[in-house]
Design a protein around this ligand. Structure first.
Ligand SMILES: [Zn+2]
Length: 203
């Protein structure tokens, strides 16, 4: 692509770094930004700057939050003895939308994936084990996607928690194999949480 402006080229290059956005789409988006009132583009730029500068991870569950302890962990109406293990904030949002789960979450920040170079120590597994070790958790629910990486991660964590004699369960396989959790409809996802089964039975 030959650009008539270095500023235009820089903006297109930055936008095209986003997943699923090619150079042509990036150019279309940047031209759209140029056409709209400057104040609107400034709002977008400010929102992104504030996001990356001020966002926090909850100290307890590692979910994305504006404060040190997220709303869910700070709530007095949640059952703190039940912890649902998920990959990221999208899964927390998906399960919260079902209104079926009243426990807490533990956000791993990904799944074990040797191909992508993600090992157990790149995730928040140690902090989950610590929580269980302190005796604060009676049940851990695995709610990762039904993929090879998800199953590998479940099994790794299950092995880490085995010695503590707590209840472990996994959400029922109402979710199609290979599907990402965030795309499941609310009924399927809600039912999966209610009908969770002991992890051993899912092997
Ligand atoms: Zn939290």
């Amino acid at each position: 692509m030959n650009f008539s402006s270095k500023l235009l080229e820089n903006a297109v290059n930055e936008v095209s770094q986003l997943p699923g956005i090619g150079k042509r789409t990036a150019l279309r988006l940047v031209l759209h930004l140029l056409k709209q009132p400057a104040s609107q583009s400034h709002h977008l730029a400010n929102a992104l700057t504030n996001l990356v500068d001020e966002i926090k991870l909850c100290k307890q569950c590692h979910n994305i939050s504006d404060v040190d302890t997220c709303e869910i962990c700070a709530s007095h109406s949640r059952n703190t003895e039940v912890v649902c293990v998920v990959e990221d904030v999208r899964d927390v949002m998906a399960i919260e939308n079902t209104a079926q789960f009243k426990g807490l979450y533990h956000v791993l920040g990904g799944k074990i994936s040797p191909i992508e170079g993600i090992g157990p120590h790149n995730l928040t597994i140690d902090s989950l084990v610590e929580k269980v070790k302190k005796g604060l958790v009676k049940e851990v629910i695995f709610a990762l996607s039904s993929t090879i990486e998800g199953d590998t991660t479940n099994f790794y964590i299950f092995k880490q928690l085995e010695e503590f004699n707590i209840k472990t369960s996994t959400i029922a396989r109402g979710i199609a194999v290979g599907d990402e959790l965030e795309y499941a409809d609310e009924v399927t996802l809600g039912r999966s949480i209610l009908n969770r089964i002991p992890f051993e039975n899912s092997l």
